[in-house]
Write a protein that binds this ligand. Structure first.
Ligand code: MG
Length: 163
């Protein structure tokens, strides 16, 4: 069927460590905690990238940006989102909207919501909503040992004039 919409889902989790800078949703949310990761470990952007890849049937983030490739070591995750959105646009599609849920007991993320919405909306060129949860002291996220994110995205075929 030639339906001009596709939906995708993404999920990511990273353990936290002391020191360094923690990036979530394209925003620096801590200067004394960081994610244990090959890239900067931005769970929200990783989940969003996986959702877009999923919508297009393009596999997962590990296939597009393998952590065995030194090229991606320490890279800012916005580069992944920019890259995947460029590929999406080149294929004649764009992000309609995305809903991103970020789970973190620490650090407190509320003050960064608007900056995350602005950063991810700009990078994805679509409407991005950000929600927060804490996991209520359950599991690694709830104990403050990790942060996680879920993302759902709708991508739409661009009008011919925009392609
Ligand atoms: Mg990740």
């Amino acid at each position: 069927m030639d339906i001009p919409y596709r939906v995708g889902h993404g999920y990511d989790i990273h353990r936290l460590q002391s020191g360094g800078r923690l990036m979530i949703g394209g925003v620096a949310v801590s200067e004394n905690t960081s994610a244990i990761a090959h890239s900067d470990g931005d769970v929200a952007i990783h989940a969003l990238v996986d959702a877009i890849l999923g919508a297009m049937g393009w596999g997962d983030i590990g296939q597009s940006f393998p952590n065995s490739d030194a090229k991606w070591k320490g890279v800012a995750s916005r580069v992944f989102l920019e890259s995947v959105c460029k590929r999406l646009n080149d294929a004649g599609w764009g992000v309609a909207n995305a809903d991103v849920t970020i789970m973190a007991e620490r650090p407190r993320l509320g003050p960064f919501r608007e900056a995350m919405v602005e950063a991810m909306s700009r990078l994805a060129e679509g409407v991005v909503n950000v929600k927060f949860g804490t996991n209520e002291q359950c599991d690694a996220v709830g104990r403050g040992e990790a942060v996680a994110a879920h993302a759902v995205v709708l991508v739409a075929k661009l009008p011919e004039s925009a392609q």
